[in-house]
Design a binder for this molecule. Structure first.
Ligand code: ING
Length: 304
């Protein structure tokens, strides 16, 4: 049995004034706890190094906005996290804001193996929210202003004894995310998220945030025979209440482990990667049952 012990390292709020060094101390504490509990892979949230800055219109604060991005990974502050992980022999997924040497800005994540090597890089494909300042909102969601849509699609990595994929937050709401990786043999998909409880365009969804979070990831896991690790930055961060409920979901769609707080919390599960075959080789035997010639509209058409 190929068993991988995974730790979902949920973060509570990160305040606007909290330094990267302070945040990385929190990440290292979770990494050490995970190592003590025998984890081989630790999953941190989306944009795990800073407060969720897309909640503000920052055109008048260009220095502050610039400071939220990493221009190197590892960089001067994150090197400590890479060093600690390597010395513990633990790998990790980390969500962060990336600015490339060419000046492109992405909502990104990296996958780091237990030897400290970067084996996967991802740039968020589905950017939610809006592009322009909308002052009538109680808070902004300016990911479409501060990031470009990821140009690389969804890859998978042969790592940790299995096939590992990455996504970020809003990606988990789109079924294509999971299927593209499942068609590459993915066995574990890692998804960090920052999800405010209030959704300004349709507040009727506020009460359904937890349900929708579970719905999309449980469906994604079951319909693609893959493990899913969803990891929140939750709690009330700079006045905005965000969903916690980090969870580890089996290929059956069952929630195997779930966070019970909205703070820094480690959720651990032993993930049998061969469980994926129970679905990939029966109900969801893609080669035997799928009809891609019937699905052309999905890939060719943006909307009706
Ligand atoms: N956040 C949200 C998400 O898809 C959002 C966007 C906010 C959706 C509020 C629904 C309600 O979970 C990110 N960062 O994609």
């Amino acid at each position: 049995m190929r068993s991988l012990r995974i730790g979902a390292a949920q973060l509570g709020p990160i305040e606007r004034t909290e330094s990267r060094t302070q945040v990385i101390e929190r990440l290292i504490a979770l990494l050490r706890q995970a190592s003590d509990e025998g984890c081989e892979l630790v999953v941190f949230p989306e944009l795990a190094l800073t407060t969720f800055f897309p909640r503000w219109y920052l055109d008048d604060n260009p220095t502050e906005l610039d400071a939220y991005y990493e221009t190197a990974m590892p960089g001067p502050e994150t090197q400590a996290l890479f060093d600690e992980a390597q010395s513990l022999g633990v790998g990790f997924y980390l969500g962060y804001a990336e600015r490339t040497p060419q000046g492109n800005r992405y909502n990104s994540s990296v996958l780091v193996e237990r030897d400290g090597s970067i084996v996967g890089r991802y740039r968020k494909v589905h950017l939610p929210g809006h592009e322009e300042h909308e002052p009538d909102r109680p808070f902004q969601h300016l990911e479409r202003r501060y990031f470009e849509e990821g140009p690389d699609g969804f890859d998978v990595s042969d790592a940790f004894g299995g096939v590992i994929g990455m996504a970020l937050c809003n990606d988990r709401r789109w079924p294509e995310t999971y299927r593209v990786m499942a068609l590459q043999g993915v066995e574990v998909i890692l998804i960090g998220y920052n999800t405010p409880m209030h959704y300004a365009p349709d507040p009727s969804q506020d009460a359904l945030q937890s349900f929708h979070n579970q719905l999309v990831m449980q469906a994604g896991a079951y319909q693609n025979g893959t493990w899913i690790v969803g990891v929140a930055k939750g709690g009330v961060e700079e006045g905005v209440d965000s969903l916690a409920e980090s969870m580890i979901i089996a290929p059956s769609g069952q929630i195997i482990a779930q966070a019970t707080t909205s703070q820094d919390e480690l959720v651990v599960a032993d993930c049998d990667l061969d469980w994926c075959k129970h679905y990939k080789e029966t109900l969801f035997d893609f080669d035997r049952y799928r009809r891609p010639e019937m699905y052309n509209l999905i890939a060719e058409t943006k909307s009706e």
